[in-house]
Design a protein. Structure first.
Length: 339
């Protein structure tokens, strides 16, 4: 993309948030399994409702195989694609270089827009620049809040993970916690590292960081169990994803620990665990909204030149705490796979 024509160099007014919010009234569509590496089109969604010409958007994430968190993001993306007459091509790979290769594939296919996560921003930098040079608008979501502007992306939709981590740490203080272990399931993933760093920054107690292999749940369970057996002073386990929270419930029981559990991110199972008291709270970053806005923003940019945040500020989708006081309101949507 010619930098002189980059939207941030033109002082257009940012798109009104209400426009995106109104678009969310469109119903979602069925989910498919998370973390698929092969490229797939959004064939499960209904025909587009917009009268604008058909466009193709590539959504490229760092999802690991089987991580159901990404089902919710994809559901939101498919809902926006259905409304906007967009062909959605979804692909993912947890490896930074491989994910960059998927961006190159999208460039070669001459897509109309790319929505990408920047979990490993350095690995993505060159291919993102190539997309922009080819005149393909690129938006970021979910991971890369500290890097999207540096890489020249139009917009960013997601949670500031440092802010979320700091809020989590203050919440631990409010319940009188003294010692937490923060479980990171992918070492070097910037969003996950930022969460634990944020917890450590504001939590007045002791914070340990525990790295686990997030692609091997039996190993995750065993590693957390061993940590809890080793140190009985741990009174709170902090996990960074709902599936890992569900596994940590088993680890706490295996270790005979009295530690309580809180987590980042939400799914249907975690909602049930909050209801039962097995999880004290979850921070919800609203992944459905991230997927929806990423696709819808590219349609708005192509059809009307709109872009949120004026190219200067991210659009934050979290953090929002879900606990026993408000979980009932969220449960209905979680049952549909949209929260």
């Amino acid at each position: 993309m010619d930098r002189s024509s980059h939207p941030r160099s033109r002082r257009f007014a940012p798109v009104v948030a209400a426009a995106a919010a109104a678009a969310l009234l469109v119903a979602g569509c069925s989910s498919s399994s998370g973390g698929k590496q092969a490229e797939e089109s959004g064939s499960a969604v209904s025909a587009g409702k917009a009268g604008t010409p058909r466009m193709t958007v590539a959504m490229i994430t760092h999802a690991a195989p089987g991580d159901t968190f990404w089902d919710t993001i994809r559901k939101g993306a498919e809902a926006a694609a259905a409304k906007d007459n967009v062909k959605l091509v979804y692909s993912s790979d947890p490896s930074g270089p491989n994910q960059a290769g998927l961006v190159q594939n999208a460039i070669d296919q001459k897509v109309d827009g790319i929505a990408v996560t920047l979990a490993k921003p350095d690995a993505m930098k060159a291919e993102v620049a190539k997309a922009e040079q080819a005149g393909i608008p690129v938006v970021g979501f979910n991971s890369g809040v500290d890097d999207w502007k540096k890489q020249g992306l139009l917009e960013y939709f997601g949670q500031d993970e440092s802010i979320a981590g700091e809020a989590f740490g203050r919440k631990l203080n409010s319940v009188g916690a003294k010692h937490t272990v923060c479980v990171i399931m992918e070492q070097g993933q910037v969003a996950l590292e930022a969460r634990c760093a944020g917890v450590k920054k504001t939590f007045s107690g002791k914070t340990d960081v525990l790295y686990v292999n997030g692609t091997d749940m039996p190993s995750v369970r065993a590693t957390i169990t061993a940590k809890l057996k080793q140190d009985s002073s741990i009174d709170y386990v902090t996990t960074l994803g709902a599936p890992f929270a569900m596994t940590a419930i088993q680890s706490i029981a295996d270790a005979g620990s009295k530690a309580k559990l809180a987590t980042f991110d939400l799914n249907k199972d975690a909602v049930g665990a909050i209801k039962s008291g097995k999880i004290q709270w979850a921070i919800d970053q609203q992944p459905y909204l991230q997927g929806y806005l990423s696709v819808d923003s590219l349609w708005l940019y192509k059809t009307n030149g709109n872009y949120s945040g004026g190219g200067e500020a991210p659009v934050l989708t979290g953090p929002a705490f879900v606990d026993k006081s408000n979980v009932a309101k969220v449960a209905e949507f979680a049952a549909k796979g949209t929260r």
